[in-house]
Design a protein around this ligand. Sequence first.
Ligand code: SF4
Ligand code: SF4
Length: 228
Amino acid sequence: MDIASLRQRLEYLVHTHSSVFAEQILNSGLSCVRCGWCCRENFNIKVTKNISRPSNAISVFPDDIRRIMKGKGLQWDEIAQPDIYSCLDDGKNIRVIGWILRRGDNGNCVFYRNSGCSIYEWRPMICRCYPFFMDEHGIEVMYCEGKKNNIGEEKAKDVAKEMAILVKRYEMKKTRNYIGIISWLGEKLRLSDLLQLPRGYGGEVIVCDGDTISRLSMKKENNGIARI
Ligand code: SF4
Ligand code: SF4
């Protein structure tokens, strides 16, 4: 991943109308039935030989965290933790790329309560987009239970249109964040260099989320954080 190709990607997104993606979303036949499958820990995804990432390790933007803080009166630390599945050890520091939503002892998102999302109105962008992401060929569809949602043709078109705008916005934001992160880490970053920290890791880390860089001390028991 280098900054030039990320900028190219951003250009492509800026100049591609969301209706292109709406059609692909509509063709998937999926729309959310709020089953909560994607909020629960289901399986691990083998990202590299060093990284086995839970299916619900959900990356969030700093703006997502601030919105939930404001809406629910929570502290940063109660919402998110450094992304322990996306780290680099340069021999001096553990550098962490971004944030993930906190998960409880059962592995589920801490906001998944009584079979539903307890922060639905303020939920992160990624949760609003799921199961739709983008790859270089267009819309990429993740596993989803939403096939059973028979909402009718017209409604499905409206939902796909709205979703396409959201997914495009998400992808642009993510790309801009990557540019900030790569500027910090340097262009030589390779996926195979990344490592994961143990779930109960306790120690100092530096987190870069594309927006800010923070030096933190992670608490051993639950990956809570103290800012240094
Ligand atoms: S996006 Fe799919 S898997 Fe997630 S809650 Fe909705 S229907 Fe379930
Ligand atoms: S924030 Fe809500 S929608 Fe997102 S994973 Fe947690 S419970 Fe699910």
